[in-house]
Design a protein around this ligand. Structure first.
Ligand SMILES: [Zn+2]
Length: 459
């Protein structure tokens, strides 16, 4: 039914939401006049709760039928909604109203997960359904000049391979592993990414792709996606934790991603765990990621005699060569641990215990209902989750620990790129809100008050 090749004029108003300054999260306050606010309200209602008859739209928004008809006609002309199907049966035995559908094919959103060692690209429709996907290796040590050009060419390849029309691309979102200043829309002093400080990543991509580009920390975007489509649906306080080479988290507090004053919130990997511990990429000693990140897990496994059945993991000092066996990476260690290698199990278990100790503090601080783990180390699954749960239960207040569910991410490798696309969709259409309707969708019902309260609650 949906026209997959629907073409929208680039000047269509609904797309303009993305190019207004400081629009993210401020959709309503930035609108110029009541009519624009009403257009946004109607479009959001149809996108979230459609298909709806015009009369139902009028009832739910409190707008007059004439205003709704004029707005819907405008949206039809822009191609972002379509009309056609009627209700299969008229609920009150009267005439069958024509329904207004959101046209999710009216645009394409690009979502980019740009990691230190890998990338994932997604193209989605306006409902965040994935229509194309591509992933591959990446190495941020190559620097922004080389890598951003490579990323641009990968995006073009994705579009070409799937015969997607550039004119339909509305915007791009990107997740990147480091603090992103919300006001500057830039990476600020990212650890482990020399040469990337204050690089105008979004500006470079915007010029090359010809569409607005939004940037956020990768863990924040993974958290956004898990809350919208994954394991944290319905939770308003939850934490999405990356455990890989680096350790970091996206914090959602009262239903909102918490970014802090300068975008640095969630740098959980730099909690000091051992004040005399090994040097961390951030310059301090004994940070959680320096004692429990993927490279340290490999080192602990090697020192414990990986492959020789030794079972004692220890934390090596930083005067030992970190690259003593470049042939072994954390995937090998985790695979071996899952296959029963005791040295590898001990290394993963020790890292998990340290992560759990740090996380117990986070549980006391934030009182989350869900903690989701992802990243190369999270593939260890219960070998990682078990000791983390134990540490949380031992070390955080019972009132907080008894209500927290700790598990691995549901969306896996797609979470961050999907969150990046969702960030763009939220900038255009606003964050989904619950719009109340206590009555049946028929012509005779009375108009209820329009509600805009969050429907999310901790499970
Ligand atoms: Zn650190």
């Amino acid at each position: 039914m949906t026209p997959s090749d629907a073409r929208v004029p680039p000047s269509a108003r609904w797309r303009d939401a993305l190019v207004r300054p400081n629009i993210v999260g401020q959709r309503a306050s930035d609108l110029h006049d009541m009519r624009e606010a009403n257009i946004a309200l109607v479009l959001r209602l149809i996108r979230q709760h459609g298909p709806l008859a015009r009369v139902a739209i009028a009832r739910r928004t409190g707008l007059s039928r004439t205003t709704v008809s004029s707005i819907v006609d405008g949206l039809l002309a822009e191609g972002v909604v379509r009309e056609g199907e009627t209700l299969s049966a008229a609920p009150s035995g009267g005439r069958r109203p024509t329904l207004v559908h959101f046209n999710e094919s009216a645009g394409i959103i690009l979502g980019v997960d740009f990691g230190r060692t890998h990338f994932t690209l997604l193209a989605t429709d306006l409902h965040a359904h994935i229509i194309a996907r591509k992933s591959g290796p990446c190495d941020t040590d190559l620097g922004p000049d080389v890598l951003l050009q490579r990323l641009i060419s990968e995006i073009r390849q994705l579009m070409n391979e799937h015969h997607l029309d550039w004119d339909r691309v509305v915007g791009a979102g990107m997740g990147i592993p480091g603090p992103v200043d919300a006001a500057l829309n830039m990476l600020v002093r990212p650890p482990r990414m020399a040469g990337w400080d204050m690089v105008d990543v979004t500006g470079i991509l915007r010029v090359a792709l010809g569409v607005p580009v939004l940037l956020n920390n990768d863990a924040n975007l993974g958290a956004l996606a898990e809350g919208r489509y994954g394991e944290a649906v319905g939770a308003s306080n939850y934490i999405y934790v990356k455990v890989g080479t680096g350790i970091g988290c996206g914090l959602v507090i009262d239903g909102k991603i918490y970014r802090g004053s300068g975008g640095v919130a969630g740098e959980f990997g730099h909690f000091t765990i051992d004040n005399d511990g090994p040097l961390c990429a951030c310059g301090n000693r004994g940070c959680l990621e320096a004692v429990a990140g993927a490279p340290q897990i490999v080192r602990m496994a090697l020192h414990a005699g990986f492959g020789q059945g030794e079972a004692t993991a220890r934390t090596p000092s930083d005067d030992e060569d970190p690259d003593e066996d470049p042939e072994v990476d954390v995937a090998d260690v985790i695979q071996a641990a899952l296959s029963g290698d005791l040295a590898c199990q001990a290394a993963v278990g020790r890292a998990a215990e340290l992560i759990g100790i740090a996380m117990a503090g986070l549980v006391n601080l934030v009182n989350p209902s869900v903690i989701l783990l992802y990243g190369s180390v999270a593939r260890a699954d219960e070998l990682l989750l078990g000791p983390i749960r134990e540490a949380i239960h031992q070390r955080s207040l019972l009132a907080a620990s008894r209500m927290v569910r700790v598990q691995t991410s549901a969306l896996g490798d797609s979470a961050i790129a999907l969150g990046a696309a969702t960030m763009v969709l939220d900038a255009i259409f606003g964050t989904p809100v619950y719009i109340e309707d206590h009555v049946a969708d028929d012509d005779t019902a009375e108009a209820p008050a329009v509600g805009a309260a969050s429907g999310a609650n901790d499970a």
